[in-house]
Write a protein that binds this ligand. Sequence first.
Ligand code: NAD
Length: 348
Amino acid sequence: MKKILVTGGAGFIGSHVVRQLVKAYPSYHIFNLDALTYAGNLDNIADVAFEPNYTFIKADIVDADGLEALFIKHQFDNVIHLAAESHVDRSIKDSTAFVQTNVIGTLNLLNAFKKMWQTNWEGKLFYHISTDEVYGSLGAEGLFTETTSYDPNSPYSASKASSDHFVRAFGETYGMPYIISNCSNNYGPNQFPEKLIPLFIQNCIDNKALPVYGDGKYTRDWLFVQDHAVAIDLIFHQGKLKSTYNIGGFNEWQNIDLVHLLCQIMDTKLNRKSGESAKLITYVTDRPGHDLRYAIDATKLNSELGWKPSVTFEQGLEQTIDWYLNNEKWLSRIKTGAYRMQTIESSE
Ligand code: NAD
């Protein structure tokens, strides 16, 4: 039985990856290691908590000795590493935790993995999940490819860029089999409501302001989270070792256009007059170091492995809004803080 360590599996993307692997591969054992920071929520993964091929481990990747002991105990064959501090605005306020988790934590994982397997790397893989933000900002034209130079602008993207470099360096220096994927902005069910789409859905429901940075012209490529999880599954199984894949939705939106689309759908879902939710849009002072445009060229992933997104943005956004409207309990447990008091029933 293949033993796969997924880090950050109680977070947004990680929970979809864990669910995908637990359900699709009964012959693998999936170990979900997560420190359960404010962004970790076992409610996200409650539906697989009692599956026989799943184990939750509450642990912090900053704890090098603890990680090493876990590797010795479980002999994880492969790592899919998602655990990270992930919110740009938080990194601007204080980047310390970003360096601790994203840089030191990744290094600790790499060291534990190397210590375990460096005498025989056969069948082993360290798969590192990263972001398109490491490439910095584009002008009006062009796309990020796998060979675009790194040029991070925020403390978050600088910490992710650093972790990518360490992964690659372990591949070159110690022969460690690795893959890195860099993905664009994700949206979908289970995203912590500090990020744009879930925050705006919540604020629309509560009739609160929708704060749009600057002139709203910032452009991002958006990908439905379940399409990202499928891409990760595919790359994990069929990706070329020691290489990088860009993952994106071929789906660029200016923030302000996205917010108007979201408001239109919310008007329909909440039986409001057309244009009612858009009245909540408020322009606020820009974020420092704000990247103008990100856009991913995912041609390599498409041509090598045949991956493409399964839903349009309009379909994915409507599904996402429906999910938030139908999962009030999930949201209210976050608002009250109750989600942080979960008993860990299926942990080791
Ligand atoms: P998230 O913030 O929702 O989840 C992060 C998870 O990591 C949480 O469960 C948290 O408890 C856990 N974690 C944090 N610090 C930890 C530590 N020290 N030890 C163990 N666990 C810890 O993040 P997300 O949006 O799901 O992103 C997951 C990964 O994907 C990150 O590496 C991020 O950089 C990358 N990524 C995210 C996006 C996006 O749009 N959200 C896009 C591209 C790449």
